[in-house]
Design a protein around this ligand. Structure first.
Ligand code: SF4
Length: 350
């Protein structure tokens, strides 16, 4: 069973494959593939990767891996808010063609879906995985083998979906996989609800940060994401740190992402996501050329049916309005699929 987070993008990929050569990519700095090595390889050569693995694993003694800061001893089997055990639980790992086209390329993004989640949104589109923890516990060695296998079948990156609560395992597995020949960028595909102190452990290991920015309002964050009223403040700080580490998105001559920050923002009905505030914040805080994916594929899932304001999909007008705000505030590197969708919706609405 394959769960795609980006069904909409998958369908628009069929419409817009030629966008791989779009001017958006042409504007980005290109880097030759043969010169490129993953960040974690350099850290290993400097003898620092093993220290980072140990530093990360120590957090399991009194888990502080995310802003929930439960303080449970996961090595002894205690479980915190995310309900995650100390071993990573994996729902699935496969080449994924529904992600951003610079991650998908020709052969797919090597996506590993981790079960459990530290945010637990009531509209979660992956709720059987994130809320119910469906999946299989594996050792770090097996996780490493999955990474190497995804590389062998041609994937362009290792896309770690919901990685926060298993970050130590990911680091250990990456080190094992590196010794087995892993040379792909790690994509840290996160809700954005991250502690700066934890992100600093990832500095020099993660090449591509792919955070969400879900809401800009603390009351909405608390209402829809299990009391996480600090989500906007925490995530804005986290994204600034991610940008400090990896900077603007860089791609190779094939249009494949190698390093950089890619922010996702899902437009929600009735302005719940605070889209205007979000794009204004990006424009005022980060380079205007920051890669931003304004997404139209909100679906009513899980418990969203119980909240009237989010119990419908977004309208064409709501998406066009979101894209107009991005233009108004001067963002210059919007996801090509968002742009294609805007053009299609615009055409339909005229
Ligand atoms: S990762 Fe899980 S157990 Fe650890 S602090 Fe976050 S929610 Fe709590």
């Amino acid at each position: 069973m394959k769960f795609t987070r980006r069904d909409f993008i998958k369908s628009s990929f069929l419409l817009g494959g030629s966008l791989l050569l779009s001017p958006v990519f042409a504007r980005a700095k290109q880097k030759k593939q043969e010169e490129w090595h993953p960040a974690y390889e350099k850290l290993e050569q400097e003898g620092k990767l093993a220290q980072r693995v140990k530093q990360a694993y120590d957090f399991f003694d009194s888990c502080q891996l995310c802003p929930r800061r439960c303080g449970v001893n996961r090595k002894k089997g205690e479980k915190g808010f995310c309900q995650a055990p100390v071993k990573p639980t994996i729902f699935d790992a496969h080449p994924h063609f529904g992600e951003e086209i610079s991650l998908v390329g020709e052969n797919g993004s090597g996506t590993i879906f981790f079960s459990n989640c530290n945010l637990r949104c009531i509209f979660c589109q992956n709720w059987p995985i994130s809320h119910e923890g469906k999946g299989r516990e594996v050792e770090d060695e097996e996780l490493a083998d999955m990474m190497v296998k995804l590389q062998k079948i041609g994937c362009h990156n290792i896309n770690l979906v919901t990685p926060t609560h298993v970050m130590p395992n990911i680091l250990n597995a990456t080190r094992i996989a590196l010794k087995k020949g892993l040379q792909l960028p790690l994509v840290y595909n996160t809700s954005g609800y991250e502690r700066i102190e934890i992100l600093q452990i990832l500095d020099g290991i993660v090449d591509i940060y792919l955070p969400d920015m879900k809401y800009m309002d603390k009351d909405k964050a608390a209402k829809y994401s299990a009391g996480a009223s600090d989500y906007p403040e925490v995530t804005m700080k986290a994204i600034i740190e991610m940008n400090r580490q990896v900077g603007e998105l860089k791609i190779d001559e094939r249009g494949i992402a190698l390093r950089g920050l890619m922010i996702r923002h899902l437009v929600m009905p009735n302005h719940v996501a605070g889209t205007e505030k979000f794009v204004r914040w990006v424009a005022q805080t980060l380079p205007k050329s920051t890669y931003v994916n304004i997404m139209a594929q909100y679906r009513v899932e899980y418990k969203a049916f119980e909240y009237p304001e989010i119990s419908r999909g977004i309208t064409v007008q709501e998406f066009l309005e979101a894209m107009d705000w991005a233009k108004k505030y001067g963002l210059t590197n919007l996801d090509p699929h968002s742009m294609a969708t805007k053009n299609i919706y615009h055409h339909r609405s005229n």
